[in-house]
Design a binder for this molecule. Structure first.
Ligand code: CUA
Length: 192
């Protein structure tokens, strides 16, 4: 064994390289797992200490029967404090109401939930965009500056009828809206 580049030496050298590479990858993998664990622990503790401000839950078995989301309470209403509130439900495969009407230039608060799968909606190209999750109430407030008609499709895949799930969305001048709101407690429109 005087030959320096014998096959045994080569074998030994390549083994040294392989072991070094394997050890390096073990360190990298352990570091990634440690980082992910640290992120899980951090977000878990952080969220427990600071719960998201708007977690409102609702029982999907009774929401048709009582409370805020009964059919007669869906649509747009002017609350006693003057806020404009849209209440809506997503279900396979439609929204209730099927046509939503809101005033232009006035903050509008949405409150929505789902009775079955996860749905979502976006109003045209506006920032009115949220998910509707069974058991939870989604809420946000936004303003539609311009009057006009928009489409409001479901944007979360919710089953075979997902593509056909959408509603009409009308933004009307605020004087017209508040005149209509005086005459009726809940406003919606006829999709046409
Ligand atoms: Cu509902 Cu997609």
């Amino acid at each position: 064994m005087t030959e320096p580049h014998s096959s045994t030496d080569l074998h030994h050298a390549s083994e040294v390289v392989a072991v070094a590479a394997e050890r390096r990858w073990v360190y990298i993998v352990v570091a990634i797992i440690a980082l992910l664990l640290a992120m899980m622990i951090f977000t878990g503790l952080h969220w427990a200490a600071m719960p998201p401000s708007r977690v409102e839950t609702i029982d999907i078995k009774t929401l048709h029967l009582k409370g805020e989301f009964v059919e007669s309470n869906l649509g747009t209403a002017v609350e006693k404090d003057g806020r404009v509130v849209v209440r809506l439900i997503g279900q396979q495969y439609s929204f209730a109401p099927q046509c939503i009407v809101v005033p232009a230039g006035v903050p509008v608060t949405f409150r929505g939930t789902s009775t079955d799968a996860i749905h979502g909606f976006v109003v045209g190209r506006t920032n009115a965009n949220t998910m509707l999750i069974p058991g939870f109430i989604s809420t946000f407030t936004t303003t539609f500056p311009k009057a006009g008609e928009q489409l409001m499709p479901c944007h979360e895949y919710c089953g075979t009828g997902h593509e056909a799930m959408w509603a009409k969305f009308q933004v009307i001048p605020s004087e017209e809206f508040f005149a209509k709101a005086k005459a009726a407690e809940r406003l919606s429109c006829v999709p046409g």
